[in-house]
Ligand binder design. Sequence first.
Ligand code: MV4
Length: 445
Amino acid sequence: MFKKILIANRGEIALRVIRTAHEMGIKTVAVYSTADKDSLHVRFADEAVCIGPPASKDSYLNIANIISAAEITNADAIHPGYGFLSENAKFSKICQEHGIKFIGATPEQIEKMGDKSMAKTTMKEAGVPTVPGSEGLLGSLEEARKVAKKIKYPVMMKATAGGGGKGMRIVWKEDELEQAWESARTEAAAAFGNDGMYMEKFIEEPRHIEIQIIGDQFGKVSHLSERDCSIQRRHQKLVEETPSPFMTQELRDEMGDAAVKAAKAVNYEGVGTIEFLVDKHRNFYFMEMNTRIQVEHPITEEVIDYDLIREQIKVAAGVPISGKNYYPQMHAIECRINAEDIENNFRPSPGTITTFHAPGGHGVRLDTHAYAGYTIPPNYDSMIAKLITIAQTREEAIAKMRRALHEFVIDGIKTTIPFHKKLMDDPDFIEGNYTTKFMESFKLT
Ligand code: MV4
């Protein structure tokens, strides 16, 4: 087992990893930017190394400084958390070259899954359902026209280097195609330096349902059931839950099998997530694979009683898994609490927290790095807490969430707590009747 893990991240996920490492008797090293010198991950790690000024590119994305910190402190592994360098093939490779175990995917896996068209082709060949569309990249506008005619409008143009909606266009009819092709390519070239495009049939009002998987170094893969992440705004998830209110045991088994196939096709080692689009007829299609621990991992942990970070560290150290699948025994919901002003277009609201009262009690988990007196720097993501409730049924989990949200007091900054309170009283949400379009019509006032 590792003796010392450096956590190349900040905020709640850095704390989350430190907690499990300490339970396992593993020493921890925090790295931090000058903006985070008073952060809890710095306080709770065994050692801490400053890696640069506030801007992410100079600190949490500064590979040379992070590797130096690992070497100075003699860390034998690096946990990248999510975001930052967690899906950076170059960083994974440099860790390898320095004899430091990267607790994440190999450079090859990251590269393959980071190219969306290549990932899709790999999955299709492995027998994972994919959305009908072009075979690989589109060579020209004429080819795009041909494919669209064949699969029928509406279609979606997607940047192969994309994700998060950039370089993506819905095309409803042929006379919109040329414009979409040009603008999507220009956008992708500017954002990713790669204007490769592929095409898919547009799935209307899909659900975003993902399957958690874990693979060991001996070719065994398990799935840990689904998370429904359909409640999103501008490609930012707001709420996740498991089980999905749309799920059936039959669909879970089919999607779980497909996810295991997907992971085996790339010899996946570690924790990962296969994201699917699910249409109203419960057809599901591979969308993307995430080769990291995700923000929403706690809801899975709570419904199957399984520490994903612990198992992630174990498989990275070469411990085998059983290969059995896990099914939800409880219901869990996560609300992401962001320092944002919901009355002003979810504009970031950094600043100092004057009062902080955390909710508690039975079936309530709060993953946060915030505290009274903490100043949220403006340089990073605005998520400051994940409030998770766990109960026997969905109805009870919602009731607990409503109660916990009312107990949660954060003064000094604006947060998304008022949004979540409204959501927990929304008839469609209560019915489990929502798709990825939900937020487009949700009334905040
Ligand atoms: C789609 C789609 C409909 N049809 N693909 C959005 C982000 C990117 N990763 C894939 N996305 C989508 N791909 C086809 N063929 C709709 C979306 C989509 C979406 C997907 C998941 C969660 C939220 C979303 C919001 C808008 C669009």
